[in-house]
Write a protein that binds this ligand. Structure first.
Ligand code: URA
Length: 187
């Protein structure tokens, strides 16, 4: 079995944390398995839990629009979440749920081997970039770790709740578009 198939099969049967008792579907991830750019959200919401795919609800529609600004779509990027099962009532995933699930994401990152990682929102930024990450202050800043460029932007749900954050996010997206062009120029 390929490493991807093996990982997905393990993840689909996972019972490592209590979220497995309330999920309808495991939301493994979607997109190109060797994409240059990877997006990481926090965890499935209601629609994602029902459909088994990340970012298919209202926030997902906005994410698709955000991707189009940077000339990306669901077939040429990879999209995954910190936790693969829906936290009830869309609460934040608990630390112990994230701890139980993070190895799946680490393996996904290893297999995709992207040049750029974009964290969507505070939860992913804290987990992937820095436990002290402040999304209001730090969004759009870049860091390079082991040759991978990493940043975080506001979560699309936050942009739906507060449209005032959209202009800053537009600037962040232009910066990501430029980074993607720089990376492609070097390939
Ligand atoms: N929010 C997330 O963080 N991830 C999803 O897949 C959907 C909504």
């Amino acid at each position: 079995m390929s490493q991807w198939n093996e990982l997905k099969a393990q993840c689909l049967q996972c019972q490592k944390c209590p979220l497995h008792t309330t999920r309808h579907q495991v939301v493994f991830g979607v997109g190109r398995e060797n994409a240059d750019i990877m997006f990481i959200g926090e965890g499935p919401g209601e629609q994602e839990d029902l459909q088994g795919e990340p970012f298919v609800g209202a926030a997902g529609k906005l994410l698709d629009d955000m991707l189009s600004i940077i000339d990306v779509n669901r077939t040429n990027c990879y999209i995954a979440n910190i936790v693969k099962c829906r936290p009830p009532m869309n609460r934040d995933p608990k630390d112990e749920e994230q701890d139980a699930c993070i190895a799946y994401l680490q393996k996904q990152i290893e297999l995709v081997n992207p040049s750029i990682i974009v964290c969507l929102g505070r939860i992913a930024a804290k987990r992937i970039l820095d436990p002290d990450y402040r999304i209001t202050k730090d969004h759009g800043k870049w860091l390079c770790r082991n040759g991978v460029w990493m940043t975080a932007i506001y979560h699309p749900s936050a942009l739906l709740r507060d449209p005032n954050k959209r202009p800053e996010t537009f600037d962040d997206l232009l910066s990501i578009r430029q980074k993607l062009r720089d990376v492609h120029a070097k390939l």
